[in-house]
Structure formats: structure tokens, C-alpha cells
Design a protein around this ligand. Structure first.
Ligand code: NAD
Length: 256
């Protein structure tokens, strides 16, 4: 098979060939799949990282000033995030899910764009939570951002839980915060059940998320990495595609 791959003319044809022979594929995505929707990633030039160092969970918990800063940033970025629509990359992944080739999408993204692209919510495993709503850190009660925005921007009030008075935070996993148990378990199950694992648009440096491609490979799956630039896991990969995500995946889906 690998020799056959070498004879194929383009990376997209190679990925198409791997998809054609696999029995169960899993897609793993990072911020890079959403840049074509206008959401900056973390580590590219001009990415979010270069503008603001992330607020660590412990700092958010320890200081009201940090919580204020976190909410200020959240609402400042809203314009960019709220208008974002799924792009060709998201739609191609949705197509592969719809055709039963991809069993689940494990994502590090918090932007809800996989669900917006038509993938049923139960097939999207969010490792780092979701930034389109908030939850109470004590009791888990869901809080809507519109309501928080009104009191924060209008009356300068930090949100606390209407049910238990706990601290409310966007439903995302910050650096230093424990990983969510159920999504981690489901991601592991899916990773171990697949024979093709496709990592798309991730620098693959954020752990534990970046361990899934390694687990898949060690369990015998073929590993594909589709990313504009190289990653520390390239040596594990059976196929590396250093191209733009949307155009490449559109070609792959058409070819299939
Ligand atoms: P990252 O920023 O570390 O890496 C993104 C990678 O995608 C980079 O290597 C970049 O070269 C590549 N890339 C960007 N646009 C591309 C394109 N159009 N085609 C091909 N490659 C492209 O992202 P990460 O690995 O996901 O880690 C960042 C963390 O930040 C994640 O944990 C995630 O939760 C969070 N985050 C999420 C969003 C989002 O939800 N959209 C945005 C920024 C950060």
C-alpha cells in the first residue's frame, strides 16, 4: 500500500487512496481548520498567542482582575467568532462523516463550527470545551453569553451562578484546568477503534490532546497529518500534507 501511495501524483490523491481502503477513520482538528473562516489560530504569525498570552486557570480562579480581563477579551473577540461560518475544510469533513467514512471528529477547537457544518453533536468530541456558552465551575449550570455580556459590559458586573453563586467561566478548558473526563474517554475509544487517523490544522504541541495521533499510530492505524507547516509528530506519520486545508480537503472529497 505504501509503495502504491508513492506512485500517486498528489498528496490529495494519496489521502483519497487511504480513505478509500480504511474501514473506520477519525478526524482530529486544531485551530488551523478554522483560520479560513476568519478565526485566528494560536501559533501562526498574527495568531492569538502573539497578541495575548493565555490566562491560566489558576489565575482566573485566584483573581477578580483576571476574570475581568478574561471576559473583556472574550467580548472583544466576539465579533470575529460570532460571524464565522464553516469553511470548505469543515464541509469536507462533514461530508466524510455523513458518508460513514469518518466515525467521529475529535477537536481542540471551541468555535462550534463542526456542529455548524452539519455534523451531529454526538459525533463531535470537544477536548477543550465550547466557547459559545458559559458554565458554573461549581455546579455546572449553563449560562448564556448574551446575558453575561449585558451585565458585564452594561453594569461592569462579573457573572456568578444564579443557582449556587459559583464562579462562571466560558465552557472552555484553559491551560492548567483539568481535561473533561467524558470527552477524553470517548476520544480514546474512537482513537483505538480507527484504522486511519487524520490530524488537521494542529501544531500538535498541546498535550494531552496531541497524544491521540501517537496512540492511534502505536495501535496500528495509519496516521495522516494535514498542516501548513511541519509538526513535532511528522516522524510518526504515514502521509504528511503541507498544504492549505480547505482546498486540499475539497479535492479529496471530490476525488472520493
Ligand atoms: P495552533 O494554533 O497551535 O496550530 C494551528 C496550526 O494550523 C499551525 O501549525 C498552522 O500552521 C496551521 N494552519 C493554520 N491555518 C491553516 C490552513 N489554512 N491550512 C493548513 N494549515 C493551517 O492550534 P492547535 O494545535 O489547535 O492548538 C491551539 C489551542 O488553542 C487549542 O487547544 C485550541 O483549543 C485553542 N484555539 C482554538 C481556536 C478555535 O476554536 N478556532 C482558535 C485558536 C486557539
Amino acid at each position: 500500500m505504501m509503495n502504491d501511495l508513492e506512485n500517486l501524483p498528489s498528496p490529495s490523491a494519496k489521502l483519497q487512496a487511504l480513505l478509500a481502503v480504511c474501514t473506520r477513520a477519525v478526524v482530529f482538528t486544531g485551530a488551523g481548520i478554522s483560520t479560513e473562516s476568519g478565526i485566528p489560530d494560536f501559533r501562526s504569525p498574527g495568531g492569538l498567542w502573539t497578541k495575548n498570552a493565555p490566562i491560566e486557570f489558576q489565575d482566573f480562579m485566584a483573581s477578580e482582575e483576571m476574570r475581568r480581563e478574561a471576559w473583556k477579551r472574550k467580548f472583544a473577540m466576539e465579533a470575529e467568532f460570532n460571524n464565522a461560518k464553516p469553511n470548505a475544510g469543515h464541509l469536507a469533513v462533514a461530508n466524510l462523516v455523513q458518508r460513514g467514512i469518518v466515525s467521529a471528529v475529535i477537536t481542540q477547537n471551541i468555535d462550534n463550527l463542526h456542529q455548524d457544518s452539519g455534523i451531529p453533536a454526538e459525533k463531535v468530541i470537544e477536548l477543550h470545551g465550547n466557547g459559545t456558552y458559559a458554565t458554573c465551575l461549581s455546579c455546572g449550570e449553563r449560562h448564556e453569553l448574551d446575558v453575561i455580556k449585558q451585565s458585564f459590559l452594561g453594569r461592569d458586573e462579573l457573572p456568578d451562578c444564579r443557582k449556587c453563586g459559583g464562579i462562571v467561566k466560558t465552557a472552555t478548558i484553559s491551560f492548567g484546568q483539568s481535561m473533561p473526563l467524558e470527552p477524553m474517554e470517548r476520544a480514546e475509544e474512537e482513537t483505538l477503534a480507527c484504522d486511519l487517523f487524520i490530524a488537521i490544522g494542529s501544531s500538535l504541541v498541546v498535550y494531552p490532546a496531541a497524544s491521540f495521533p501517537i496512540v492511534a499510530k502505536k495501535n496500528g492505524a495509519k496516521l495522516v497529518i494535514l498542516n501548513r507547516e511541519e509538526t513535532p509528530l511528522d516522524d510518526y506519520a504515514d502521509l504528511i500534507v503541507n498544504e492549505e486545508i480547505g482546498p486540499t480537503l475539497s479535492k479529496v472529497v471530490q476525488l472520493n
